[in-house]
Write a protein that binds this ligand. Structure first.
Ligand SMILES: [Ca+2]
Length: 180
């Protein structure tokens, strides 16, 4: 049997979370929450991890009836703070539906910059999606998916602001596997 190492959890959320998720740019930069419970790893760490190696990402979602679904993208890269932690995703595969990169108009997340209530980088003119909808995210104007908020986890075609939980994991595409 081979152990190819673990995933790094970069986000975990649940509908009854203690976290408000409406945190500042700086909080999203450095991370917050309890690493064993709901938390966000922090954009600067996601940038460092995804800059080192080619990584893939998996979104794991539990719908309103607690059935589990996933959406994989065969690559993920988060740019640095100067570029506002822009999200770049590869090709989708999964059964949750592609809510991150399939939109052709106003609700795209791939290639969007990160926004918080105190740092508006979305594509909604004169209004801040993070202010309107809570949390911090790669808003367009505004979203098909939004998992960094409290009690309103949304993933288009899967749950209408009523997912029970989310998990976002990354791992290097090319990994050393140890015989165990
Ligand atoms: Ca705006």
């Amino acid at each position: 049997m081979y152990d190819c190492g673990g995933w790094t959890v970069i986000q975990r959320n649940s509908y009854d979370t203690d976290i408000t998720w409406s945190e500042t740019w700086t909080a999203y930069q450095h991370g917050f929450g309890n690493i064993e419970l709901d938390h966000y790893l922090g954009n600067r760490f996601i940038n460092l991890l995804t800059a080192q190696k080619l990584n893939m990402v998996r979104f794991v979602l539990a719908d309103s009836e607690n059935r589990t679904w996933h959406a994989d993208y065969d690559s993920i890269y988060l740019t640095n703070q100067t570029d506002k932690f822009r999200l770049r995703l590869g090709t989708y595969e999964g059964d949750a539906g592609d809510a991150m990169s399939s939109a052709t108009y106003k609700n795209l997340h791939d290639n969007m910059r990160f926004s918080t209530f105190d740092d508006d980088n979305d594509r909604l003119y004169n209004t801040n999606c993070a202010n309107e909808h809570g949390g911090g995210w790669w808003f367009d104007s505004c979203y098909d998916a939004h998992l960094n908020n409290r009690g309103r986890l949304h993933w288009k075609a899967l749950c209408d602001h009523n997912c029970r939980s989310s998990l976002i994991l990354i791992r290097p595409v090319h990994m050393y596997c140890n015989r165990v």
